[in-house]
Unconditional design. Structure first.
Length: 221
């Protein structure tokens, strides 16, 4: 099954390709070190090579993809040093966004997060880690986007573009420990109590747990 699905043609195809690739990278649809080609992306999205190349080039320019040679495009493999940098930046940016978002949450917003978390846990129970990562990304940004600061969310997205593929390395260990589940439950409890510091701390703890597991995995590669 492809990580990419055909897109509708209601706006610039190059922008659509970029958006789909960005989301795929952020949600762990691609593996670290995976090779991409303009032709394969064009075929998966059912577009011509021109918008496929445009979307890929934007991500290469942002450092989300690498192009070591003229015809080779790679999903980067994070080093431990790069991971530490990303985790430090994420802790600050995501903690701030979560703290600011707390006051903007209503019952329907919390219900949506509860639904996402239920889908995440169902996927985890069935070993569908691709789905777990997709729902995890949706949960996080379901909170961050409520902060009302789109530029801050954009900065967070830039870090997820870097770390998203490596999140595959969290599993199956995270499915056994359920540390991510525990952190998400603390987020939900904090939102229900409108306690911004609890929400912030839960996300920071989630990032710390992920960093500890990923740095250990990367140190063995």
């Amino acid at each position: 099954m492809s990580a990419l699905a055909p897109i509708d043609r209601d706006k610039s195809l190059g922008a659509h390709v970029y958006d789909r690739l960005k989301r795929a990278l952020m949600s762990g649809a691609f593996q670290p070190g995976q090779k991409l080609t303009v032709r394969s992306v064009a075929e998966d999205l059912q577009v011509s090579v021109t918008p496929a190349r445009e979307g890929l080039n934007r991500l290469i320019d942002q450092g989300a993809l690498e192009m070591p040679s003229a015809k080779t495009i790679l999903v980067p493999v994070l080093t431990v040093a790069a991971l530490k940098e990303v985790a430090t930046i994420r802790r600050s940016l995501e903690g701030t966004a979560a703290e600011l978002a707390t006051a903007n949450f209503g019952p329907n917003d919390i219900a949506n997060l509860l639904s996402l978390q239920a889908e995440l846990e169902s996927a985890m129970n069935s070993g569908d880690y691709r789905r777990v990562l997709d729902r995890n990304e949706a949960f996080h940004f379901g909170v961050y986007e409520k902060c009302g600061m789109p530029r801050l969310v954009g900065l967070i997205e830039a870090q997820w573009l870097r770390v998203g593929p490596s999140l595959n390395m969290l599993y199956p260990e995270f499915a056994v420990s359920r540390r991510g589940v525990s952190n998400h439950m603390r987020v939900l409890e904090g939102l229900q109590k409108r306690d911004a510091q609890v929400v912030r701390a839960a996300f920071e703890h989630d990032i710390d747990d992920g960093y500890a597991t990923l740095s250990g995995a990367l140190g063995k590669t």
